[in-house]
Design a protein around this ligand. Structure first.
Ligand code: SIN
Length: 312
């Protein structure tokens, strides 16, 4: 058995597989399938100051290799999160990651303040949701926006801060560098990529919100390329996500430079997906003589005759 343990921003994970925010509720949705403790970590549903009902349905659409969602950060708000949701998983042996989203840098700061002393190990700052009118990916698309949020969060946060990045940024590596210099302890990427589907009969978008975020296997190559670029631009750890559906996908993420992976859309096809991924990573490491999964991080090299990959 390989050693799958990793450490992100000083927080030890027993294995590098984390359930992605928005796909695992507040930690107990998959208890009928496997115990929460099987996972390295869980990123809880994006939480805002006030409760949100989310966008109007339909807000899920299938795509050939994934899905679109336009959920719109439906959540019960930080009070209910702290009072009702978090206590249910407080004693569990899993890294708990609170995912926060605000409409302004001040709101993000207030959310981080409210989490001080709470039973969460990391704060994931969601500056990448494409489904909200205010905030979300609008912050993550520019260095100024990203820095304005991270600066406020770092003033208040009692836990290490992971910044969740958007593929909508023109240069995601530049955003990662900017948040690193503002004190971010890690970055996670990529959130969904904005897309649409059109119903042929009604000639209207399938999603009531018109557009929604694409996730699932279609995203994997884009995510790998961005994880590669970001991990070569910053020194802080990178958590890779976007279409990870198998142990081989997770190993690819590590080779691209990730220190852990998040699994999201795969859960909707197969609720056992994260547990299978952990087993497959272990098997892959065994057959390839890899003792420590962390040794795989950034172990891929580009073709030497094509050094100017930045021009891609
Ligand atoms: C949503 O609730 O709209 C999805 C969350 C996200 O994309 O960050």
């Amino acid at each position: 058995m390989a050693d799958l343990s990793v450490t992100i921003a000083g927080v030890p994970f027993k294995n590098p597989v984390i359930a992605a925010s928005g796909c695992f509720g507040f930690g107990l949705e998959y208890e009928d399938f496997f115990p929460l403790e099987a996972l390295g970590g869980v990123s809880l549903k994006g939480t805002t100051l006030e409760a949100r009902a989310g966008n109007r349905p339909p807000r899920i659409a299938e795509t050939p290799a994934g899905m679109l969602n336009s959920v719109g950060l439906q959540n019960p708000g930080i009070d209910a999160f702290l009072r009702e949701e978090l206590p249910k998983i407080a004693g569990r042996d899993v890294v708990r990651i609170a995912n926060i989203a605000g409409r302004s840098p001040a709101e993000y700061r207030e959310l981080a303040e409210r989490l001080r002393g709470a039973a969460v190990d990391l704060i994931e700052v969601n500056i990448s949701c494409p489904n909200v009118r205010e905030g979300g990916a609008a912050f993550g698309a520019t260095c100024e926006g990203a820095v304005s949020v991270v600066r406020e969060v770092k003033k208040a946060a009692g836990q290490p801060v992971v910044v969740k990045l958007t593929p909508a940024a023109a240069d995601i590596a530049e955003i990662a560098r900017a948040v690193e210099s503002e004190g971010a302890d890690a970055v996670s990427l990529i959130n969904t990529l904005l897309g649409m589907r059109i119903d042929l009969e009604s000639r209207r978008p399938v999603l009531r919100n018109n557009f929604g975020g694409l996730s699932g296997p279609a995203l994997l190559p884009v995510a790998l390329r961005m994880v590669w670029q970001v991990s070569h631009a910053v020194k802080i750890p990178v958590i890779g996500m976007g279409g990870v559906s198998s142990g081989r996908d997770a190993v690819e993420m590590f080779l691209a430079g990730a220190s852990a992976v998040q699994v999201g859309a795969a859960l909707f096809r197969d609720p056992f997906a994260p547990v299978k991924i952990i087993g497959e990573m272990n098997a892959w490491c065994d057959t390839h003589g890899v003792e420590y999964v962390r040794d795989l991080r950034g172990a891929a090299s580009l073709w030497e005759d094509d050094p100017d990959w930045r021009l891609l």
